[in-house]
Design a protein around this ligand. Structure first.
Ligand code: EPU
Length: 338
């Protein structure tokens, strides 16, 4: 595809923010990507690779080139009695990829059903939900190093996955284009239903011995009831990360707020439910003109239509300040701001 000038990005970001990219193109293969990267017009331009645009907030026009990753395909790399390894193009829709395994009763990623976005973004921020992170099934990925044009394979260790973190958000930031990712799925899966909401949902469904498909159904149902569908109301999922604080901070807070929701974390820390803090501070369902805080999930900021990104950023700033004042806790944005 040729380079285009001044393209509206509204349909390329799940927040539905209208803004212009100075230059724009998309690629369906490594060859197409290399062709674009070799064009004289893009030398020295800022580069942004977008998958589904489901974790970005544009606060202004993008003064560079936006490239949409459309590399597709799901391939069976290996199969034993125990498991399979699947490889997906970074431009595959994440939920379609998860469903591919779920339909065949191959377990591991079912708790990550219905997460918006494309496969390439999954390792970037180590997506997670309902007690599972993509790193639990991750085998390796292949990426193009932009500067050298080399293809590099990254192992689980190389990716340095953490809670919504990876090498690609730190030292590797803006240096690589993820092309394909491999995951191992189990034929005799150990189903992960310990997360409270899933247990309750399966009980409601009357299921005692859940299959991979049952868990996927439960997750889809929970997500549909709690999280706004970006096709209907613009949003980027959780806008903030759940903050990780020292146990001493958690103990002090929980004396004051016995119903504070938290999860044990590593190294003497506790993870607090930011949604709980934001709701307790009175922001849940807050609306100003055409943007606000979702009424069923306080971690999600929403664009009801026509809001601009800087207004939503301002709102997130107000929330950050308020949570710091009320609880002494610093929230961090999960969404990438441009
Ligand atoms: N809570 C509230 N009020 C709210 C929202 C949540 O009190 O408005 C409480 C809930 O009652 C619950 C706890 O906070 O006890 C946790 O809520 P929930 O299960 O909805 O999950 P979360 O911690 O708010 C995280 C992820 C989500 C993921 C869910 C389910 C982050 C930043 N977010 O949210 O991921 O779907 O767990 O596992 O870790 C995303 O990253 O975009 C995302 C949606």
């Amino acid at each position: 595809m040729l380079l285009q000038n001044q393209i509206d990005l509204k349909s390329f970001n799940s927040f539905g923010i209208a803004c212009q990219a100075k230059l724009f193109s998309s690629f369906k293969s490594l060859e197409e990507l290399k062709e674009i990267l070799n064009l004289d017009q893009i030398k020295g331009e800022k580069l942004l690779i977008l998958g589904g645009g489901s974790n970005v907030l544009f606060t202004k026009d993008f003064n560079g080139i936006v490239l949409i990753n459309n590399i597709k395909g799901i391939t069976l790399i290996s199969e034993t009695e125990e498991d399979v390894i699947l490889e997906a193009g970074a431009g595959e829709n994440w939920h379609d990829f998860v469903s591919y395994g779920v339909e065949r009763n191959w377990g591991g990623l079912e708790n990550l059903s219905l997460i918006p976005g494309k496969v390439g973004a999954a390792p970037m921020q180590n997506i997670g939900a309902y007690g599972v992170e993509q790193k639990n099934c991750f085998v390796q990925l292949t990426a193009l190093e932009i500067k050298t044009g080399q293809l590099i394979n990254f192992s689980l260790e190389d990716c340095a996955f953490g809670y919504r973190e990876s090498f690609f958000k730190q030292e590797g930031k803006n240096r690589f284009v993820i092309l394909k990712v491999q995951y191992r799925l189990k034929k005799k899966p150990s189903i992960q239903t310990s997360y409270g909401a899933i247990t309750q949902e399966l009980e409601k469904m009357g299921i005692v011995h859940p299959t991979v498909q049952d868990v996927a159904k439960a997750v889809i149902h929970i997500r549909e009831s709690k999280l706004p569908n970006p096709k209907v109301i613009g949003n980027a999922g959780s806008f903030f990360k759940n903050p990780v604080v020292p146990n001493s901070v958690f103990l002090n807070l929980s004396k004051k707020y016995p119903d504070l929701v938290s999860y044990p974390a590593e190294n003497g820390n506790t993870k607090l439910a930011a949604g709980w803090l934001i709701e307790k501070a009175g922001w849940k369902g807050y609306r100003k003109e055409n943007y606000g805080v979702h009424q069923n999930q306080a971690l999600v900021l929403v664009n009801y239509g026509g809001a601009n990104g800087s207004e939503i950023w301002e709102l997130s700033h107000e929330i950050l300040k308020d949570i710091k004042n009320k609880f002494g806790v610093e929230l961090e944005r999960e969404v990438n701001i441009f």
